[in-house]
Design a protein around this ligand. Structure first.
Ligand SMILES: [Zn+2]
Ligand SMILES: [Zn+2]
Length: 349
C-alpha cells in the first residue's frame, strides 16, 4: 500500500509499505479521507512531530480487519479515528473524565506522537481500547465527519466556558476553528455572535455561518467601541473565544473584547512568545484566561449527532481534495494559501 512517510523538516516521501494486519486488540481501517491539519503543516515545516512516521490524525474510513478480542466493530463499519488516545485509568485526568488531557495521550496517538497515521491507504489501530475510534452514524457524510478535529476543538472551547443561553459571544479568528465556533455558538443559543478577523473578504462566509456582525480588527479605529456597539451593551462580550492563535488576537480579546469579569477561552494554540502581554491592567478586571485542548469522545458523539440531525452544517469548509502524490505541493509546503480552508487527503485518488 501507499503511505506518506515523514522523514523530517521538508521531507515527506510517498512509499510502498506492506499491508498492515490486525493482531489481538487491533484493527485495520481503510482510509476514506484524512484531514490535513495545521499541525501537519507545522510538522512538515518545523519538525514539531518526531520522524520517522506516517502523518495523519484526522481519519475517517471503513473497518477492513478486526483483530481478536476487539468488540463493537465489524468489517465494513464506517468509523472516525482521531486524537487524543488515552490511558483510560492510570492518570488522574482520565479518572476524572478528562481523557483529552491524559498524561500519555499524545504519545499513543497515531500520526502525531505514536504509531503511524492516516496518510496511507490503510491504517493499523494498534490499541483499539485506548484509541478514539467512534462509529459514524448512517446519513452523515464522511466529508463532514472528517471535520471532527476542527469542529470539536471549538465545541470543547465553548463547553469549557460558562456560556449561557442568550449570552453574547465574540469569536476572534476566522479560520476553520473560528468558523466552527461561530456556528456552534449560534446553534447553542447565543443572542449575538460577533466575528473579529483581519480579512473582510471572508465576512460573507462568516455571516453564512451565523455571525451577526463582522469587524475587521485591522481596519476599525476603535475595536472596543465597535464590539460594544455590536453586542448592544457598554460592557463587552459575555464570552470571548480566541481562535486565531496569535498575539494580536489575544491582546484584542483581553483588552478590547471581553467584558469585566468574563472569560477568554484560549482555543487557538499560541506558539509564539508573548512579548506584549502586560497583565497589570487585566487583573483588576478579573478576566479569566481558560485554556482549552482538543476534545473528548463524548464531544465527538455530540458533533456527530448534531450533524446527523441537521442542527449544524459546514458548507464550503472543505476547499480542496488532494491525493497522496499531491499532498506536499498542494497542502504541506508554505505557500500562500489564501482562500483555502480545510484540505482533505484522499489516498484512493
Ligand atoms: Zn488536527
Ligand atoms: Zn490518562
Amino acid at each position: 500500500m501507499k503511505a506518506g512517510v515523514f522523514y523530517g523538516k521538508g521531507d515527506l516521501r510517498i512509499e510502498e509499505r506492506p499491508m498492515p494486519h490486525a493482531g489481538a486488540g487491533q484493527m485495520v481501517v481503510k482510509i476514506d479521507y484524512c484531514g490535513v491539519c495545521g499541525t501537519d503543516v507545522e510538522a512538515y515545516n518545523y519538525e514539531i512531530v518526531k520522524p520517522v512516521i506516517v502523518l495523519g490524525h484526522e481519519n475517517v474510513g471503513t473497518v477492513y480487519e478486526v483483530g481478536e478480542g476487539v468488540t463493537g466493530f465489524q468489517v465494513g463499519d464506517k468509523v472516525l479515528c482521531g486524537p487524543p488516545s488515552y490511558c483510560a485509568e492510570h492518570c488522574s485526568s482520565c479518572r476524572s473524565g478528562r481523557p483529552n488531557i491524559c498524561d500519555t495521550g499524545f504519545a499513543r496517538t497515531a500520526g502525531i506522537g505514536g504509531p503511524d497515521g492516516g496518510y496511507a491507504e490503510y491504517m493499523l489501530i494498534q490499541d483499539v481500547a485506548h484509541t478514539m475510534v467512534i462509529h459514524i452514524p448512517d446519513g452523515v457524510d464522511l466529508k463532514d465527519a472528517v471535520l471532527f478535529d476542527v469542529i470539536c476543538v471549538s465545541l470543547h472551547g465553548l463547553r469549557r466556558s460558562n456560556f449561557k443561553l442568550g449570552d453574547t459571544v465574540a469569536v476572534s479568528g476566522t479560520g476553520p476553528i473560528g468558523l466552527a465556533a461561530i456556528q456552534l455558538a449560534k446553534a447553542a443559543g447565543a443572542r449575538t455572535v460577533v466575528a473579529i478577523g483581519t480579512n473582510s473578504k471572508k465576512f460573507p462566509l462568516l455571516k453564512e455561518y451565523g455571525a451577526d456582525y463582522c469587524i475587521n480588527a485591522k481596519e476599525c479605529e476603535d475595536l472596543a467601541a465597535e464590539v460594544r456597539k455590536a453586542v448592544g451593551n457598554p460592557d463587552g462580550a459575555d464570552v470571548t473565544l480566541e481562535c486565531a492563535g496569535n498575539q494580536p488576537s489575544l491582546l484584542n480579546c483581553i483588552h478590547h473584547i471581553a467584558k469585566n469579569g468574563s472569560q477568554v477561552i484560549l482555543v487557538g494554540i499560541l506558539g509564539e512568545p508573548l512579548d506584549k502581554l502586560v497583565l497589570a491592567p487585566v487583573i483588576p478586571r478579573e478576566i479569566d484566561l481558560i485554556s482549552s485542548f482538543v476534545y473528548t469522545p463524548e464531544e465527538i458523539e455530540i458533533y456527530l449527532s448534531m450533524l446527523a440531525t441537521g442542527k449544524i452544517k459546514f458548507p464550503k469548509m472543505v476547499t480542496d481534495e488532494v491525493s497522496l502524490d499531491e499532498v506536499v505541493e498542494k497542502a504541506l509546503d508554505r505557500k500562500d494559501r489564501t482562500g483555502q480552508l480545510k484540505i482533505l487527503l484522499n489516498p484512493s485518488l
